[in-house]
Write a protein that binds this ligand. Structure first.
Ligand code: ADP
Length: 196
């Protein structure tokens, strides 16, 4: 099963993707995690991505498309994958369709977690506070200024990706305001429903 998870920062994509990963035995491919690993390792991609991520902007499509296209050819993704944080631009969505088509593959579902923008900042702030309380390291882009920039970037560049998938009848909207378990149930129902 090949799934794309759309939704703004703080929507709960990571939480739900982790659950689906266990349930379906397919890996969660988070471009945010891949880029953070590249930054940590100081690779050429990481060196380019660091400043952009710290400012809440988007890493260029060519870089991100390259790492995803390589990643989904790894053996653990042979049965499928859950993309979290990608595609984030219409260009990335088009490149993904093309890369899959070249390999005779296609997406089974595109799920969008819909959350009231007013709760997103609170959710991210709470996540940062919880991490800090547990003695963990807070992401450098989880400061209030960068969070608002990330949300603005989302509305400008990523929101059109929903229309891209809706236009080809592939988008399934999920109410992301419900409790975690209820969101999980809506996702299971959406995945079980026949594709149109
Ligand atoms: P969140 O969903 O909480 O904003 P992510 O972990 O998905 O966070 O991404 C963190 C940052 O990594 C983004 O703000 C962006 O700078 C970069 N990034 C992640 N995925 C992409 C992508 N598909 N295209 C461009 N930049 C990306």
């Amino acid at each position: 099963m090949r799934i794309v998870f759309l939704g703004p920062p703080g929507a709960g994509k990571g939480t739900q993707a982790a659950r689906l990963m266990e349930r379906h035995g397919i890996p969660q491919l988070s471009t945010g995690d891949m880029l953070r690993a590249a930054v940590k390792a100081g690779t050429p991609v990481g060196l380019k991505a660091k400043a952009i991520m710290e400012q809440g902007g988007l890493v260029p499509d060519a870089i991100v498309v390259g790492i995803v296209a390589e990643r989904f050819m790894e053996p653990d993704a042979a049965k499928g994958f859950i993309l979290d944080g990608f595609p984030r631009t219409v260009g990335q969505a088009e490149a993904l369709d093309l890369a899959l088509e070249h390999r005779g593959l296609k997406l089974d579902a595109v799920l969008e977690l819909e959350v009231d923008p007013k709760v997103l900042v609170d959710r991210i702030e709470r996540r940062a506070a919880d991490t800090r309380a547990a003695g963990g390291t807070v992401r450098p882009d989880d400061t209030p200024e960068v969070v608002s920039k990330r949300l603005a970037t989302y509305h400008e560049q990523t929101a059109p990706v929903s229309s891209y998938y809706a236009g080809s009848n592939r988008l399934k909207a999920i109410d992301g305001m419900a409790p975690i378990e209820a969101v999980a149930e809506s996702i299971d129902a959406a995945l079980a429903a026949p594709a149109h």
